[in-house]
Design a protein around this ligand. Structure first.
Ligand SMILES: Nc1nc2c(ncn2[C@@H]2O[C@H](COP(=O)(O)OP(=O)(O)OP(=O)(O)O)[C@@H](O)[C@H]2O)c(=O)[nH]1
Length: 349
């Protein structure tokens, strides 16, 4: 009997746009579908996996959450993604739907193209590519106004042939989309949102549908029911990188850097977070996330910074055998001064 292809949804979008938040909401409202989740994160600290495993949704048990940690998914497609998919498809109890969260720095194009590999193509189809956009970051000019900075970088490093790494990635992720979710609409007003719509539309020649969301709240039927078969159209969604390097030069993420900071206990989290905001602004940190140990508290404090907006909440109890401590992953452009950022964060405790 011919097996029906399993639909797979690719969820992409820049660092901190709200991908994990949207998926968490999806898992809690999946309407009885069994979902397998493949997640890929930039930086050596599996925060997204922890957040998603912690949500305890029936649609997706811990077993169904697979973390790909050997680098950014677009660069490790052959070594990491294809074997993972093959294993997933060998399972007796196959999922109804596969959801893939790319890292915030991934180009979705190579990932979607991988669905044309023979061993995958016969069994799975890309239901759609969904690109999550941080509307507040767009409104603040995050993807448009760092030309000077990048030009300065280019003077130092002649290999840096890209226009602006943030801007390019933003456009490449939009160009891959079947559906664009303008998220974080709570952070801007109606006029701001109108401007964001216009800017997003101007950044891709394709015209995918756009919807608005707060905290990634979008109906599961919308997210999982696009029915596009995007792998058949991926050649029409070329990234800047593909257009510039048709000769097949390797793509990498040299424009970005990440490292993990380990600290002891944080006695006064409110003061620490206030000081972190200053560090982030001064060093232009793009994303910072992780967990803190607050003495006397049984739960870990989750810290999530996107630019200098920081959310924090007590997330889950320290697991038995888990050493209490503070671990934060820091992501920025490659000229970020790691030693200075480490020192500034340590001084903020
Ligand atoms: N105000 C506001 N905050 C949001 C919204 N959606 C997500 N956030 C917050 O934004 C931060 C980043 O959200 P994530 O869902 O982790 O973003 P992500 O795209 O998965 O991030 P990376 O995996 O690091 O690229 C978290 O602190 C979220 O709580 C929203 O609609 N409004």
């Amino acid at each position: 009997m011919l097996q029906q292809k399993i639909p797979a949804t690719v969820i992409t979008g820049f660092l901190g746009a709200g991908k994990t938040t949207m998926i968490r909401n999806l898992l809690q409202n999946a309407g009885g579908k069994r979902i397998a989740l493949i997640i890929n994160e930039f930086g050596d600290l599996g925060v997204d996996g922890d957040v998603l495993k912690g949500c305890g949704a029936e649609a997706c048990t811990e077993d169904d959450i697979i973390e790909l940690t050997n680098g950014c998914i677009c660069c490790t497609v052959a070594d990491d993604f294809i074997p993972t998919m093959a294993k997933l498809l060998e399972r007796e109890n196959r999922p109804d739907h596969i959801v893939i969260e790319t890292s915030g720095l991934a180009l979705p194009q190579p990932l979607v193209a991988a669905f044309n590999w023979p061993e995958i193509k016969t069994q799975v189809t890309v239901d759609g590519v969904i690109t999550v956009v941080d509307s507040a970051a767009v409104a603040a000019g995050r993807f448009a106004d760092d030309h000077d900075k990048v030009d300065a970088l280019r003077v130092e490093d002649e290999n840096l042939d890209h226009e602006s790494p943030l801007e390019e990635l933003f456009e490449d992720q939009l160009t891959a989309a079947d559906l664009i979710v303008l998220n974080k609409t709570d952070l801007i007003d109606a006029a701001g949102l109108q401007a964001v719509r216009a800017e997003v539309a101007s950044r891709t020649a394709r015209k995918p549908s756009m919807i608005e969301a707060r905290n990634g709240e979008v109906a599961a039927a919308v997210l999982l029911g696009l029915g596009v078969g995007s792998e058949d159209d991926i050649a029409n969604r070329k990234s800047h990188h593909e257009l510039e390097h048709e000769n097949g030069e390797e793509h990498d993420h040299d424009e970005f850097d990440s490292f993990v900071v380990e600290l002891g206990a944080i006695a006064d989290p409110a003061a620490f977070i206030e000081r972190l905001k200053g560090v982030i602004a001064e060093h232009d940190v793009l994303r910072l996330k992780g967990f803190a140990d607050v003495p006397g508290k049984p739960l870990r404090l989750l810290i999530q910074a996107v630019g200098s907006r920081i959310d924090n909440y007590f997330e889950r109890a320290w697991a038995p055998g888990e050493a209490r401590g503070t671990r934060l992953v820091v992501i920025g452009l490659h000229d970020m001064d790691e030693a200075a950022v480490r020192a500034a964060i340590a001084a903020a405790v």
